[in-house]
Ligand binder design. Structure first.
Ligand code: EPU
Length: 417
């Protein structure tokens, strides 16, 4: 199993290009199931979760190839097996995103229930409630959700809570339904309007994506299209935090600063210098950072996917801070690992209190989930001496060549087997 070895304490400098967004690419790839024509997706990041999704789609009969511009071409001319098996769903919960498209196009889907997850319970009841409102019947058999429908019917759906993939699943299902669907209390995360832009290019009629009320007027059929995936705002945020943590001067290119208001605001509050253009961010950090309080909540508030990285940063900031996690009930697993590096953090319920220390010291730590792993990389870049991070397969799910990108900025980081 691969490990990362980091010798911390080097300020970062140079330019880094940010990849396409994992959490936009995954739903957009499943949108290929909605048409028999070719969907060409550009700026797809090279990640383990993307490979898992492509494998899942290929098992269903979708053909995939690379076009001359490096775009992924998907063609779901004939869906032979509308099944998402347990073996794949357990490794990637986003597999549930095939449910809406399959029911809408074929009237049938068999998707394994995801089972336990490291960061929280993560039920999918809202996905199912929405599909039922559109006329699907749902049965549970041997750990699988079996959804069946004739043509789905437009419906007014009020989500009990804000769910990103739930909103995406229902928006995709509604594109082929008979009549108008209104999704209230919809997720406003930027990945939702990115998916809507792709669906619109395929012929869907969607308004309101990016607000909390999305209206979809169903059409008879969708057609092929070409779409470029938006930049990854969480990879962007992770690099910003890494620079803030080590000090230095880095330009991030291929980014969408407009999707990062809460994160940029917190970094500025810490005393980090941030300049932005339409598709770049220049980050400069020198000297001490001021500890900041963070409370995660649905977009446009502070993202849960940046909570762990900010905890690492706060651990060496001046003063005490509180980090409150309101989205997932078990997303503090990085705390014990950060403590092993010398961080002073106490957890009570969904709140962590961090008292800034002068520095961290290298040690061997273990990655437990994707963003927890990113926080350990940040901590390793700060720490004196050698930090070894084990189980980095979590990191490979969501960060493209992170050690190469960091090395180019001057970090002493290498992957060992
Ligand atoms: N929830 C329910 N019922 C549902 C759906 C969600 O109770 O039917 C709850 C969840 O248990 C959670 C909250 O609602 O407490 C929000 O979950 P959400 O459904 O929004 O999460 P998700 O769609 O499964 C996506 C991202 C996550 C990100 C969250 C929150 C993708 C593929 N995944 O997950 O990304 O943390 O939104 O922003 O888009 C990551 O990239 O590391 C990651 C975990």
């Amino acid at each position: 199993m691969d490990k990362l070895v980091i010798e911390g304490g080097v300020p970062l400098s140079g330019t880094v290009t940010i990849s396409g967004a994992k959490n936009a690419a995954l739903p957009i790839l499943t949108a290929a199931l909605l048409t028999g024509e070719a969907l060409i997706v550009e700026n797809v990041p090279h990640l383990r979760d993307v490979s898992t999704m492509l494998n899942l789609l290929m098992q269903m009969g979708v053909t995939t190839s690379l076009d001359e511009k490096g775009g992924v071409e998907l063609r779901a001319e004939k869906i032979t097996d509308p099944v998402a098996p347990y073996e794949l769903v357990k490794t990637m919960r986003a597999s549930v995103l095939v449910l809406g498209p399959l029911v809408a196009r074929l009237g049938e889907a068999r998707v394994s229930l995801p089972g336990g997850c490291a960061i929280g319970l993560r039920p999918v009841d809202q996905h199912l409630k929405g599909l039922q409102a559109m006329g699907a019947t749902i049965a549970m058999e041997e750990g699988y959700m079996i959804a069946r429908a004739g043509r789905l019917k437009g419906a007014r759906i009020c989500m009990d809570l804000v769910t990103v993939t739930g909103t995406e699943n229902l928006m995709m299902a509604a594109t082929l339904a008979d009549g108008v669907t209104v999704i209230e209390n919809a997720a406003r995360e930027p990945e939702v309007p990115d998916l809507a832009a792709c669906l619109t290019a395929m012929g869907a009629k969607i308004s309101g994506a990016g607000t909390d009320v999305i209206t979809v007027e169903g059409v008879e059929r969708l057609h092929g299209a070409r779409h470029s995936v938006m930049p990854d705002r969480i990879e962007t945020g992770t690099f910003l935090v890494a620079v803030a943590a080590t000090g230095g001067d880095v330009r991030l290119t291929g980014v969408r600063p407009d999707t990062l208001d809460a994160v940029l605001g917190k970094l500025r509050e810490m005393g980090v210098s941030i300049e932005t253009g339409s598709d770049w961010i220049q980050v400069r950090a020198n000297g001490a950072k001021k500890a900041v309080n963070v409370r995660t909540a649905p977009y446009p508030a502070f993202p849960t996917d940046m909570q762990a990285q900010f905890m690492a940063l706060n651990s060496v900031a001046q003063g005490a801070s509180r980090v409150v996690e309101t989205i997932f009930e078990n997303r503090f697993m990085h705390v014990q690992e950060l403590q092993r590096l010398g961080a002073n953090i106490e957890v009570e319920g969904n709140t962590a209190v961090i008292k800034g220390v002068a520095g961290l010291n290298g040690a061997t730590v273990m990655a437990t989930d994707l963003r927890a792993s990113a926080s350990l990389v940040v901590a390793g870049l700060i720490a004196r001496g050698k930090t070894t991070i084990e189980r980095i397969y979590h990191l490979d799910r969501g960060y493209e060549r992170i050690e190469e990108k960091l090395s180019k900025l001057g970090a002493r980081i290498r992957r060992v087997n």
